[in-house]
Design a protein around this ligand. Structure first.
Ligand code: AMP
Ligand code: MG
Length: 415
């Protein structure tokens, strides 16, 4: 492929620059919103700002099981007997207003009777025929939740772009909402390419291997909340790649391919993408993952990943995932964790390097990363046993024991 000429594109980018570019491109492919039932809202990206439609809680209520009374009547010392004027349970009928030196039995969450401003915990009282004995020690206003104490009506409660955690969906429910506008799931087509690939279950021919990327990349996409429209396994045949890419460009928001993007004899991906679409950048100074290509075909963003399984993870976590987040308007930043190296590392080349590692937090709260001994980019074992990828910056070469490094946790960590 010619990287100069009229259709020149940036090449050999640093990893941060590559990410900045792909995020900028993906932001222009912003996805629409759709309305879903609250039951389907968890883990989706909120598509609108949500303001509190009313005060939560909507009324002054008790934070304890006990007795509601007027704080002014409380004893300064010793104890005092209050007359019990009925009870109110959470969800129960409104109690009569409280008079002087009277109290109402109340449970947590029940509306405070008019006149009452304080709840004495059950544990600080004793009931007998004379009435309710209240010991000194409770302050006026204690154990009461004010109306709007949690959310004030009209307050900005949840922001567009945040992921709907179980707690956030709970807030929507507390507002009485039954539906919410979320960002549509990105629709992806996954293409795994290579003459050597066979589906698990098929008989392997000479030199054949099973297509594991279909499942590891498919799993990463799924983890990211993407709808996988289809997967196609393709031979290293330009016409087949061209046909599959063209169709994917019509249906998908993002096309993820693996293999055929380097400089080998059967690496046709860049040429085909350039022919029916556009290469936006190609090659990133990272290892593994250097041949990563970002392009466009039809209306889809194309992320062409090298075939090595480890390259797939490294490029997905550092480039594809931030791009998907950007498409969704997600507010999640690309923010690696920091951990200390359990053993020293050397790096010879001037590229960012990814090492498979286990993570462990010691008793003092320090996070440690232990790199695996075998780091071959074709090795599945290192990935399968890893909690994270260590990301070594391109400009440093010696990393002593205890050096603080960036780590990207893999889906599944913490276990
Ligand atoms: P490529 O990027 O096409 O040069 O492939 C690099 C290496 O990854 C080769 O050893 C391929 O056999 C291997 N590979 C390519 N695609 C897959 C796949 N889908 N699953 C597992 N390994 C693959
Ligand atoms: Mg290949």
């Amino acid at each position: 492929m010619d990287e100069t000429g009229p259709k020149a594109f940036p090449t050999n980018l640093g990893i941060d620059e590559a990410r900045a570019r792909i995020v900028e491109i993906a932001e222009k492919c912003a996805l629409p919103t759709e309305r879903v039932q609250l039951e389907q809202a968890r883990a989706r990206i909120l598509g609108v700002d949500v303001t509190a439609p009313a005060d939560v809680p909507g009324f002054i209520n008790s934070a304890m099981d006990g007795f509601a009374l007027r704080g002014a009547d409380l004893p300064q010392q010793g104890e005092k007997i209050f007359r019990m004027d009925g009870e109110i349970l959470a969800g129960g009928k409104e109690a009569a207003a409280i008079g002087a030196n009277a109290c109402v039995r109340i449970t947590t969450g029940a509306a405070l009777p008019r006149g009452a401003d304080t709840v004495v915990m059950k544990e600080n009282t004793r009931v007998d025929d004379a009435g309710v004995h209240v010991a000194a020690g409770t302050m006026t206003g204690a154990n009461v939740r004010g109306a709007g104490e949690d959310y004030r009506q009209g307050e900005l409660a949840l922001r567009r772009g945040q992921q709907l955690t179980p707690a956030a969906v709970g807030v929507l429910a507390a507002f009485g909402m039954t539906q919410v506008d979320v960002v549509a799931r990105p629709r992806a087509v996954l293409l795994t390419t290579g003459d050597e690939l066979a589906a698990p279950g098929e008989k392997l021919g000479f030199g054949g291997i099973y297509d594991s990327n279909r499942f590891s990349l498919g799993g990463l996409l799924e983890q990211q909340g993407v709808t996988l429209l289809r997967h196609e396994r393709l031979k290293d045949v330009p016409a087949a790649l061209l046909d599959a890419l063209r169709r994917a460009g019509e249906d998908a928001d993002i096309v993820l391919s693996s293999g055929g993007v380097s400089a080998g004899e059967a690496d046709f991906m860049p040429k085909v993408i350039a022919e029916i679409g556009e290469i936006l950048f190609w090659k990133v100074r990272m290892r593994p993952g250097m041949p990563f290509l970002c392009g466009r075909v039809g209306k889809a963003l194309v992320c062409a990943l090298p075939g090595n399984p480890v390259s797939g993870f490294a490029t997905f976590l550092t480039l594809v995932r931030p791009a998907l987040d950007a498409m969704c308007g997600s507010d999640r930043p690309f923010l690696p964790l920091r951990a200390r190296l359990r053993k020293e590392l050397h790096k010879r080349h001037a590229r960012s390097e990814f090492q498979r590692a286990l993570l462990e937090c010691d008793a003092s709260g320090t996070l440690w990363a232990t790199p695996h001994d075998k780091q071959g980019s074709g090795m599945m074992r290192g990935m399968a046993k890893a909690d994270a990828l260590i990301l070594l910056p391109e400009d440093a070469h010696e990393f002593a024991l205890g050096t603080v490094v960036d780590v990207l946790p893999l889906p599944g960590w913490p276990r």
